[in-house]
Write a protein that binds this ligand. Structure first.
Ligand code: GDD
Ligand code: MN
Length: 370
């Protein structure tokens, strides 16, 4: 282990700055310029973690790395996700201090030397760039975005039980030991890596919030979409139920539950409305429910590896095939238990559980394969 107080003879960079990117090709050179000047005099490295951006961000980073090998790149293929990108970037360094900053210039990079100074001189685990302490500012957010952030903040604070003013921040620096101590338990789902760290670390983190003004984005666009709030909730649920049950299974089951309503609605329309036979109604209902489940799972459960175009047709077919077998297993198991124990609620629940686990496991391998 490097001696953290006197790093003069250690070759490892003292600070690594992890920069998650998706379609930030215009922002990358500007950010690197700014970081090079703000970090002057320190032994540093930059680690870009790019999820194979179609705009050529990775190629731009490589071109810059040609001139300055302290700039590094992790290019992830077929994966998406801000939190998991940050985690992989942080794990890719041996530096004793690790920062995370957005690539779009919305965070104030001039805070980095102060963050390092505080971490080295004071008994702290983490220093956080905060928009909500005196001197900080949210910038020009619309009312909806601002209120969404407030609600998310309130829910998040319940989870972590720390008096953090800006738990939604994606701008911070920590001691590498903090990560090493909890890296295996991090959820890695969604956008909120800071909350994930706070919720996972086994002890209260000693932190300090430094104010900064959240800037407006100049180039490119935000990646916040309909899935972000959902991923956030999923991450909270995951922290709540623990690591034994994967977040995707929880999402899959919630959506499966919604399929029951779709099924009943279609059955009612067909059987009662159109006057079809029960068998026709039931079959149509099952097919429609499987289809809506497929699309919802593609949108939310697998938002990081969404199928598009023709892949979607292939995915839908495999999903329907898997779930049809799942339905048979469900009925088979339930009837079998019912025959031997005649506990109808228990039999039904056991059938549902077996069917759900089957559907989840099979579609995870064949429908949303990497
Ligand atoms: N590798 C990777 N993969 N990077 C991503 C992904 C992804 O799926 N999605 C977004 N990013 C990168 C963006 O390229 C950008 O550098 C950074 O993550 C933030 O994404 P934005 O889309 O700009 O999000 P934002 O501005 O709405 O929110 C950010 O700022 C908030 C305020 O500090 C996030 O970092 C929040 O966590 C943060 O609280
Ligand atoms: Mn941004």
């Amino acid at each position: 282990m490097p001696d953290l107080t006197s790093l003069t003879d250690c070759q490892t960079p003292i600070v690594a700055v992890v920069i998650p990117t998706f379609n930030e090709v215009e922002n990358v050179p500007v950010l690197v310029d700014r970081l090079q000047s703000v970090l002057r005099g320190l032994n540093w490295e930059l680690i870009f973690v790019d999820d194979d951006s179609p705009d050529g961000t990775a190629a731009r980073v490589r071109a810059i790395a040609c001139q300055d090998p302290r700039v590094r790149l992790i290019q992830r293929i077929g994966r998406r996700g801000l939190s998991s990108a940050c985690i992989e970037g942080m794990l890719a360094t041996s530096a004793p201090y690790i920062a995370v900053i957005d690539a779009d210039l919305q965070h104030d990079e001039s805070l980095l030397p102060t963050m390092l100074e505080k971490l080295r001189k004071e008994p702290l685990d983490m220093v956080i760039g905060s928009r909500y302490v005196a001197g900080g500012e949210v910038g020009d957010w619309d009312a909806q975005r601002a209120s969404m952030s407030r609600v998310a903040t309130r829910i998040g604070l319940h989870l972590i039980k720390a008096d953090l003013k800006d738990p939604m921040s994606g701008f911070f620096m920590l001691r590498a030991e903090v990560l090493q101590e909890c890296m295996r338990e991090l959820s890695g789902v969604g956008y909120k890596i800071l909350l994930d760290l706070f919720a996972t670390y086994p002890r209260p983190l000693r932190f300090l919030e430094l104010p900064y003004q959240f800037r407006a984005r100049q180039s490119g666009e935000s990646k916040l979409d309909e899935a972000v709030l959902w991923e956030y909730l999923l991450m909270l649920i995951q922290k709540w139920v623990g690591p034994m049950i994967p977040a995707r299974f929880i999402a899959f089951s919630l959506i499966g539950g919604s399929g029951v309503f779709v099924h009943m609605l279609v059955l009612w329309l067909s059987f009662k409305g159109l006057g079809t036979s029960f068998l026709v109604g039931q079959s149509a209902a099952a097919l429609v429910a499987m289809t809506t489940n497929f699309f919802l799972n593609n949108l939310f459960t697998y938002s990081d590896m969404r199928l598009r175009g023709w892949d979607m047709l292939r995915g839908w077919l495999s999903f329907v095939a898997a779930c049809s077998v799942g339905a048979l297993a469900n009925v088979g198991i339930a009837s079998w238990i019912f025959q031997t124990h005649s506990l109808w609620v228990l039999s039904a629940l056991a059938g549902i559980l077996v069917g759900a686990v089957w559907n989840y496991a099979v579609t995870a391998v064949y429908t949303w394969k990497r």
